[in-house]
Design a protein around this ligand. Structure first.
Ligand code: FES
Length: 107
């Protein structure tokens, strides 16, 4: 995937499985990874088949990744943030721990 025009947005760096990837502020994680030639973001739970972003608008869920140790995040819906750590999601993601009542949550 290539950019179709130059931009003046600041450059940010994310870590994708120990690979440093530069992106433009405002890019989605999926766009940043596609631009860096990363095509497979997760493996299916049953056959471990690689999947990559398809719809890029939050519908297909083929872009699920682990971001800063939180699984099941849609890479196409989340903008890059400098220093974030992104990993491929393999197999069925573990459910998130249940938070006690009154817990503020993480996002
Ligand atoms: S690419 Fe379809 S939900 Fe992200």
């Amino acid at each position: 995937m290539r950019r179709i025009e130059a931009t003046q947005r600041p450059v940010v760096t994310i870590d994708f499985e120990n690979r440093r990837i530069e992106a433009m502020e405002g890019d989605s994680i999926a766009a940043a990874l596609l631009n860096a030639d990363v095509k497979s973001l997760r493996d299916t739970a049953v056959k471990a088949t690689g999947r990559g972003p398809y719809c890029l608008m939050g519908v297909c869920f083929d872009c699920l990744v682990e971001i800063d140790s939180v699984p099941n995040r849609q890479a196409c819906m989340i903008p890059v943030r400098h220093g974030m750590k992104v990993r491929r999601q393999t197999g069925a993601a573990k459910p998130l721990p249940v938070q006690p009542p009154g817990h503020a949550g993480t996002s």
